[in-house]
Design a protein around this ligand. Sequence first.
Ligand SMILES: Cc1cc2nc3c(=O)[nH]c(=O)nc-3n(C[C@H](O)[C@H](O)[C@H](O)COP(=O)(O)OP(=O)(O)OC[C@H]3O[C@@H](n4cnc5c(N)ncnc54)[C@H](O)[C@@H]3O)c2cc1C
Length: 392
Amino acid sequence: MSVVKDTGRRALIPPFGAEHEELRATIRRWVEDEILPEQEEWERRREFPRELFNRAAELGFLGLRYPESLGGQGGDEVHDAVWAEEVAATGMCGGVGAGLGAHTGIATPPIFKFGTDDHHERFLRPAIAGEKVAALGITEPGGGSDVASIRTRAERVGGGWVVNGSKTFITNGVRADFLVCAVRTTSDGGHHGISFLVLESDMPGYEVSRKLEKLGWHSSDTGEISFTDVEVPEENLLGEEHEGFKLIMANFQWERLLMALGAVGTMDWCLRRTVSYALEREAFGRKLGRFQAVRHKVAEMSVDLEAGRAMTYSALRLLASGRDALREVTAAKLFTQRAAVRAADEALQVHGGYGYMREYEVERVLRDARLGPIGGGTDEIMKEILGRGLGL
Ligand SMILES: Cc1cc2nc3c(=O)[nH]c(=O)nc-3n(C[C@H](O)[C@H](O)[C@H](O)COP(=O)(O)OP(=O)(O)OC[C@H]3O[C@@H](n4cnc5c(N)ncnc54)[C@H](O)[C@@H]3O)c2cc1C
């Protein structure tokens, strides 16, 4: 099944310019040539090949926003935004997007922003080169939404820390070479006393306890990791000791915006795929698109897409210009994640029984999209942030 209709995405909408559209085209070609033909097999195997990190690095995709002096492309957040939206718009499976995205979008940005020159050399440079795989470890078995309740404990010993605890639902968690990990460094609870340590997977006591089976994102490895008396040297502290909550909050803004961009890409794919199908498939001697019910469904999908895109691009413009965008990013994340699930569900309905079949891909897109209202902060938490921001 080909996807024929363009939904207006090609119009140059700020902050995107001609250079970004070229990048879009390059990403699209790569995904179409090298990912789409293979991804079903990777989904079945529950893992995409490790070499994909090397290939993505070779094409510059792992360092779009990082300086050339570290092996990056010298771009900025807007280049990364193009990546997040475009991979989803191609229909690339969420697992590959999640694995590469966790590496570039959530695990390496804190190393770049809060790291020392030594961190840049030891972790960021090899990550940009695809030589080391990165993961971010915040969520614990005891809770994800309540990030202040982190229990993984780092006890001060001479020259470093000893870490005990566990993390769960960690994207790239099975094969990550290093984990940007939130730990508790004081015995008081709450926001104060959280720090970030870079844990390396070859440190004694660092163990991947389980690879998790999931509803979607099948080709990404999602791991549970345990730490037993892991000795971490002083130089692996990222940012200020006890001030890790700030790092979590800074990172969330970008993660949520990337998720919104991905959802916009997903909605775009769903709309184009549905229109294509409605133009081809017949029922009762007519093309599906001749039925008012189908046209209206598609019209509603297009409104969700435009609304989601407008909110997300507006938040991106604010964030990329260095301004506070908490409200805008939160609203865009909240709206787009549910809208993408709706779009995938409607696409499946228009496809009828074929939508339920693996080969038509819509069922995978629906399964992959379902994480959106949960990951990176749930819908309920987004509503809390928005409600409190309004003074309630
Ligand atoms: C496939 C996958 C990949 C992931 N990748 C990573 C990763 O790479 N790194 C990482 O650190 N984490 C990762 N996560 C974790 C993800 O961010 C958490 O699942 C998410 O933050 C929710 O936390 P939780 O699952 O513990 O749910 P809980 O916090 O237990 O929430 C359960 C329910 O209670 C609701 N709830 C909780 N508190 C409130 C409240 N105050 N008000 C109203 N409702 C509330 C929630 O909205 C939700 O509906 C991943 C998760 C998945 C499933």
